[in-house]
Design a binder for this molecule. Structure first.
Ligand SMILES: Cc1cc2nc3c(=O)[nH]c(=O)nc-3n(C[C@H](O)[C@H](O)[C@H](O)COP(=O)(O)OP(=O)(O)OC[C@H]3O[C@@H](n4cnc5c(N)ncnc54)[C@H](O)[C@@H]3O)c2cc1C
Length: 302
């Protein structure tokens, strides 16, 4: 279970004491504040705080004295223009602070996004919980034969059961030893900062993660993409749902130009032009490598 009854009570307390404010408020985001959205078997994402809304992006773009809003249609048009032309700084005026609980191997991928502020749960100071990510059976898959960085067909039957058994047994054995090392029957026990090194990468950690909307979109473009590993993609998907409610116009533009759009090289654009003129272009006549051509075809097929 991602949250204990005590943590749920704390969150309910926070949600039951609204405060008046002159700041911009996004009605869509208010419903997400403090609420934990469950991800994987023990993880979650919850919004701790945010700054700005769609109007704040327009306000910054127009450097205006008032709200910066002209009309919803006008604002949406401006936001789409900014997104289309990579005019990114107005998006940096919005910020979000998340509390995330995630397996350590996912955290290692996540932390590569350097343009955020992070504060992680200290396993030097505190004792980690006995919580490990164990994939659901449908996510136990074989190594991909076409992509060295991915997974292929789902493992079935005995093979899947054997993998699950190993994952569970190793996780529990490591945790038993972790506990034994830190509480050495009346003795002081091993320091937590040392005992933790024996825990596997599927143990859960937690952090507060604050980022501006421009850099969040960069994170989401890379991690909500099908090339990203499933276990980080589900976090990105949960955040996408939150952002869609927070800044609907900006998210709509992001979805259209970044998630749904494609980057084409000069050679690819040349092929598109030739195709539009009726020429039958093949990989051999495209000037592209086999890999590039495969990806180009996949983009065109959608
Ligand atoms: C599908 C996938 C596979 C990956 N595989 C690997 C892998 O095998 N091995 C591996 O090591 N990583 C891997 N990565 C991580 C990847 O290389 C990036 O580190 C990660 O996506 C963060 O991207 P970023 O640096 O653009 O983001 P951020 O750190 O958020 O930076 C955003 C932008 O700010 C600028 N920036 C920030 N900090 C600096 C800096 N110090 N110097 C210069 N410019 C900076 C850059 O323009 C950067 O694009 C993978 C990522 C993905 C999505």
């Amino acid at each position: 279970m991602p949250l204990s009854p005590e943590q749920i009570r704390e969150i309910e307390d926070q949600r039951s004491t609204p405060q008046p404010t002159l700041r911009a408020v996004s009605p869509g985001m208010e419903k997400h504040l403090y609420t934990a959205h469950e991800v994987l078997d023990h993880g979650f994402v919850r919004v701790i705080d945010y700054m700005g809304d769609d109007a704040a992006i327009c306000q910054a773009a127009r450097v205006s004295y008032g709200k910066g809003t002209k009309s919803v249609q006008n604002d949406e048009g401006l936001i789409r223009y900014l997104m289309r032309h990579w005019h990114s700084t107005p998006f940096e005026m919005c910020e979000i602070k998340l509390h995330v609980k995630l397996p350590v191997f996912v955290a290692r991928q996540w932390i590569r996004h350097r343009t955020a502020n992070v504060n992680e749960y200290s396993a030097r100071y505190s004792i980690l919980d006995r919580e490990f990510y164990i994939p659901a059976p449908e996510h136990i898959a074989a190594q991909s034969v076409v992509n060295n960085q991915g997974r292929g067909a789902t493992l079935e039957g005995e093979e899947a059961a054997r993998v699950l058994e190993i994952l569970k047994a190793d996780s529990n054995r490591c945790y038993d030893n972790y506990e034994a090392m830190i509480s050495d029957e009346g003795q002081q026990g091993l320091a937590r900062e040392l005992a933790r090194m024996n825990l596997p990468a599927n143990v859960y950690t937690q952090w507060y993660w604050k980022v501006d909307l421009h850099n969040l979109f960069h994170f989401l473009r890379l991690r909500a993409d099908h090339h990203a590993q499933y276990e980080i993609r589900v976090y990105a998907d949960a955040i996408c749902n939150i952002v869609a409610d927070w800044v609907p116009a900006a998210y709509g533009a992001f979805e259209d130009y970044r998630l749904g759009g494609a980057n084409l090289s000069g050679r690819a654009m040349d092929c598109v032009r030739r195709m539009l003129k009726g020429e039958e272009v093949t990989q051999e006549t495209s000037g592209m490598s086999k890999g590039e051509w495969r990806e180009f075809e996949a983009e065109l097929r959608g």
